[in-house]
Design a protein around this ligand. Structure first.
Ligand code: TRP
Length: 337
C-alpha cells in the first residue's frame, strides 16, 4: 500500500470518545496520518441518526465532542480532511445506487449489524436505515475512493460487505472502485474490555473511561475495576486472567518487564489490588492529562472547530462530486453534460 492511497475513517457522534476508541481506532488513525498524504476523517452524523432519529440534539451536540476528542488526540486538520457526513449529499446519492447491489438477507446476516440489532433490542422492528447502514458506510468510503480504513475489529464485517459492493459494482458497470483494506489494531490491543470486565467498553454499559475524564474520575473508575473476586486478602494467590487491571496494564503500561514481574507476584500472593490500581491510575492519568488539556483549550473556541469542519466538508464534497460524475457515467444515468 503506498503513501498516496487514500485513508478514511469515521466516528458516530453518539457520545464522548473513550479509551476503547483510542486503542481501537484513534492510534491507527494517528499512525496513518504520519505516513500518508491523503486522509479523511468523517463525523458520521447520518449513521448516528439511524438509531437516534428521535434524538437529534444528542447527535448534534456530539458532533462537536468527537471533533474535539480527535483534534485533542492529534488529528491535524492540515493533514487530515475532517468533515461532516450529512453535509456531503453525494454520500446519500451513492448509497441509493449501492442499495440495489445488496440483499436484505445479506444485511441481516452481517455479524456486526446482527449484534448491534440485538444490543438495541430491535428485532423485526429495526429501522430500515439502521439495517442498511453498511451500505451507506460503503458510500462514505468509496465517495472519496479510499483504499485504507482504520477501524476497530467489530467493524470488519461491515468492510467485508463494502468489498462485496465494490466487486458487484465493478462487475456490472465496469472497473470503478478498488477494494478496501481495513487496518485493525495489533492483536493483543484489539478490544479494550470495560472496567466491569464486560467484553466491550461502551457508553451504554457505563463501563468507560473517557478521553475527557478528569483525574478524580479516572481514579474512581479504576477503583471500580473488576479484579479477582477470590483475591480477598493481600496474601491470597490471585488470578491474572480475566483481571481487568492486568488487561489494562498489558495494553497501557510501557514497562512490560515490570508487568510480568507483577503478574508473578500477584499469582503467588502478597500483592494487593490497591497497589496495582494505584499504578494503573497514574499511567492512565498521565495518558489522558495532555489530551484533556488540549481538549479544554480547543473547546474554548467551538467556532474555530466548526470552521475546520466546514473547510474539510467543502474539500470532501469536491472529491465526491468527481466520483459521482464517473459513477453516473458508468451507470448510464448521466443525461446532460
Ligand atoms: N461504523 C463506524 C463505527 O461505528 C463509524 C463509521 C461510519 C466509519 N462510516 C465510516 C468508520 C467509514 C470507517 C469508515 O465506529
Amino acid at each position: 500500500m503506498n503513501k498516496n492511497t487514500t485513508v478514511l475513517t469515521g466516528d458516530r457522534p453518539t457520545g464522548k470518545l473513550h479509551l476503547g476508541h483510542y486503542i481501537g481506532s484513534i492510534q491507527n488513525r494517528l499512525a496513518l496520518q504520519r505516513e500518508h498524504n491523503d486522509l479523511f476523517y468523517m463525523i458520521a452524523d447520518v449513521q448516528a441518526l439511524t438509531d437516534n432519529a428521535t434524538n437529534p440534539q444528542k447527535v448534534r451536540d456530539n458532533v462537536l465532542e468527537v471533533a474535539l476528542d480527535n483534534l485533542a488526540c492529534g488529528i491535524d486538520p492540515a493533514k487530515t480532511t475532517m468533515f461532516i457526513q450529512s453535509q456531503v449529499p453525494e454520500i446519500a446519492e451513492l448509497t441509493v445506487f449501492f442499495m440495489n447491489l445488496v440483499t436484505v438477507a445479506r444485511l441481516k446476516r452481517n455479524p456486526t449489524v446482527k449484534s448491534e440489532m440485538k444490543q438495541r433490542g430491535f428485532g423485526e422492528n429495526v429501522p430500515a436505515g439502521f439495517l442498511t447502514y453498511p451500505v451507506s458506510q460503503a458510500a462514505d468510503i468509496l465517495c472519496v475512493k479510499a483504499g485504507l480504513v482504520p477501524v476497530g475489529e467489530d467493524q470488519l464485517p461491515v468492510l467485508e460487505q463494502a468489498n462485496e459492493i465494490v466487486d458487484s459494482f465493478n462487475r456490472i458497470y465496469g472497473e470503478t472502485f478498488s477494494r478496501i483494506t481495513p487496518i485493525t489494531p495489533e492483536k493483543h490491543m484489539r478490544r479494550l474490555i470495560g472496567i466491569d470486565g464486560n467484553a466491550k467498553m461502551s457508553k451504554s454499559l457505563q463501563n468507560t473511561i473517557n478521553l475527557s475524564d478528569d483525574d478524580a474520575t479516572i481514579a474512581a473508575q479504576v477503583k471500580k475495576m473488576y479484579t479477582d473476586p477470590k483475591h480477598i486478602h493481600k496474601d491470597d494467590p490471585g488470578n491474572v486472567v480475566g483481571n481487568v487491571v492486568f488487561s489494562y496494564l498489558d495494553i497501557f503500561d510501557p514497562n512490560k518487564e515490570e508487568v510480568k514481574a507483577l503478574k508473578t507476584h500477584y499469582k503467588k500472593g502478597g500483592l494487593g489490588d490497591m497497589e496495582l490500581k494505584k499504578r494503573l491510575t497514574t499511567i492512565l492519568q498521565e495518558l489522558i492529562a495532555p489530551i484533556r488539556a488540549r481538549r479544554e483549550e480547543l473547546a474554548r473556541h467551538p467556532e474555530q472547530v466548526y470552521e475546520i469542519l466546514h473547510a474539510g466538508t467543502k474539500k470532501t464534497q469536491k472529491r465526491a462530486q468527481e466520483t459521482l460524475r464517473e459513477v453516473k457515467e458508468k451507470m448510464k444515468i448521466r443525461y446532460f453534460a
